[in-house]
Design a protein around this ligand. Structure first.
Ligand code: ZN
Length: 135
């Protein structure tokens, strides 16, 4: 099992943009990031519920509650981290999505992908100007 950071870096950005175009890709990344935010909220609610249940109950039930609290805290933290990572990444790419020559936003195609240095050469669909986007 690799670390999440590694998986995240391997995210096939250029493939995604090639397949659906930048705007759709960006939209999907935002949706995915917001889904993780919702998950983080649900985990927080579950955690608060377990705190509430902790007050009554036998020792055994209290132990179960503690397990639930730990589990929901871990899920919540993971989801929150993922939310921020996906959102941050989408923004980093979006900030480089305007053509430097004609200012057209988000209308480019991937010309070449440099996976090792995590950059790609892209071409503006409007003026055919070239620039690089760093992942
Ligand atoms: Zn252009």
């Amino acid at each position: 099992m690799g670390s999440p950071q590694r998986n995240y870096l391997n995210h096939p950005l250029a493939d995604g943009i090639r397949k659906v175009g930048f705007r759709k890709w960006y939209e999907r990344e935002l949706l995915s990031s917001h889904a993780h935010m919702v998950l983080a909220l649900l985990a927080t609610i579950a955690m608060l519920g377990s705190f509430e249940a902790f007050r009554g109950g036998t020792l055994e039930e209290k132990l179960m509650d503690v397990l639930f609290i730990i589990a929901s805290a871990l899920i919540g933290l993971w989801a929150l981290r993922r939310y921020l990572m996906l959102l941050g990444h989408a923004e980093v790419i979006a900030n480089q999505a305007s053509c430097p020559s004609c200012d057209e936003y988000g209308r480019f195609e991937v010309v070449e992908e440099d996976r090792r240095n995590q950059r790609m050469q892209v071409r503006c669909r409007k003026c055919t100007g070239l620039w690089q986007i760093e992942d």
